[in-house]
Design a binder for this molecule. Structure first.
Ligand code: SF4
Ligand code: SF4
Length: 363
């Protein structure tokens, strides 16, 4: 396993982090705790969970594993999150997470699910940043972190709102969307923050549909997994890449990949990023040029979800809107669309956006 300094915190963390949202048998707490323990024994020391992952089972599974991990006397780091928007709820959720995890302090506690530019200012106004500072002073959390799905230059503005309190940022980045996310990643690194990537494997899309993503392969690659992990870990500003492990086999495969990893040059990163953007012309590249909808409709998010639909069926697109973008009611979301077609005129891929809206709206 490779390790890297975690921004300005002084911690040395494994470059692969354990994403706790995909464990294959969440009801089997002991069995899944063994999977977590296996990862630790293979050198992974960054563990990312959240209250809602696997219906609260994820934190319980990690908690069970931590009991064993502690006995080994080696460093490990726990990351969890809250999307609570008022101070009392943040404290309640923090205490509940501590209890489920069976620890006294959360290493990395995230202000979670910042999907719109107004989300952090609204929570800040209600006192969320202040309560995070209090929790830190009380020793219930060690570092204040932020988790976001914001695109392009919006990340830098969001980080400014954070008043330099954030020690790390969790952001969705992979070989397919890097052209959209790298600017935000660099904004965080410029503040000396650590950067942790989620969706490293595109939520499984890259590995499940590897035939569509051959453009990222390089000589010597055994699979898309190799290419996707190498891509994220080659970005100098990326500290940790999360992988949502299902079982021990997944862990062993990724460890093998990291052990054989040969870092890409900056030119290669640019080349792959550009190739990915041009190779899938029928897919939304998330370039963001259509983000100025006069009615505020999140066209990029809808089209990014449609991408999932093209690969996995339209139910997957709707689930992605519901769970990733927190927008379960697509019809309501599109109710204000005037069909002005500005988004289609601006679309760099010339996508039939309105036609795709209609498909997404179907039950
Ligand atoms: S067609 Fe609809 S979504 Fe596109 S810009 Fe006009 S109002 Fe916005
Ligand atoms: S302009 Fe087209 S390709 Fe770019 S984000 Fe919008 S829908 Fe996607």
């Amino acid at each position: 396993m490779q390790y890297k300094e975690f921004g300005r915190t002084g911690h040395l963390v494994s470059r692969i982090g354990f994403g706790g949202m995909r464990l294959e048998s969440p009801e089997d707490i002991d069995g899944m705790a063994e999977v977590v323990l296996h990862a630790f024994e293979q050198g992974i020391n960054y563990f990312d969970t959240a209250p809602d992952y696997l219906d609260f089972q994820s934190e319980l599974i990690f908690g069970r594993a931590i009991g064993e991990i502690k006995k080994q006397g080696k460093p490990f780091f726990i990351s969890t999150k809250t999307m609570a928007a008022d101070p009392d709820a943040v404290r309640r959720q923090c205490e509940a997470s501590l209890e489920r995890l069976g620890i006294d302090t959360i290493d990395f506690y995230h202000i979670w699910c910042l999907v719109k530019p107004e989300d952090l200012p609204a929570r800040k106004k209600k006192g969320v940043l202040k309560i995070f500072q209090q929790l830190k002073e009380e020793g219930l959390i060690r570092h204040i972190c932020v988790s976001t799905h914001l695109e392009h230059g919006r990340v830098a503005a969001m980080l400014e709102e954070g008043e330099d309190l954030f020690d790390s940022m969790l952001i969705g980045l992979n070989v397919q969307n890097s052209h959209l996310r790298l600017e935000g990643v660099r904004a965080a690194a410029a503040k000396n923050m650590a950067v942790v990537t989620m969706n490293t494997l595109g939520g499984g899309v890259l590995t499940d549909h590897s035939d569509r993503f051959q453009a990222v392969l390089r000589p010597g690659d055994r699979s898309i997994l190799d290419a996707a992990i190498r891509f994220n870990l080659s970005i100098p500003e990326v500290t940790v890449a999360l992988v949502g492990f299902r079982n021990k086999k997944d862990i062993d495969q990724v460890i093998d990949t990291v052990n054989r990893l040969q870092t890409l040059s900056q030119d290669e990163i640019h080349e792959i990023s550009t190739a990915m953007a041009s190779a899938y012309k029928d897919m939304c590249t998330q370039c963001g040029y259509c983000s100025d909808c006069p009615e505020g409709i999140p066209v990029v998010r809808l089209m990014e979800s449609y991408n999932y639909g093209m690969l996995k069926g339209m139910d997957a697109a709707r689930r992605h809107m519901q769970y990733h973008w927190n927008s379960p009611d697509i019809k309501a979301l599109l109710a204000d669309c005037t069909q002005c077609r500005l988004c289609e005129e601006q679309c760099t891929q010339h996508l039939p956006i309105l036609e795709r809206f209609e498909i997404l709206k179907q039950e």
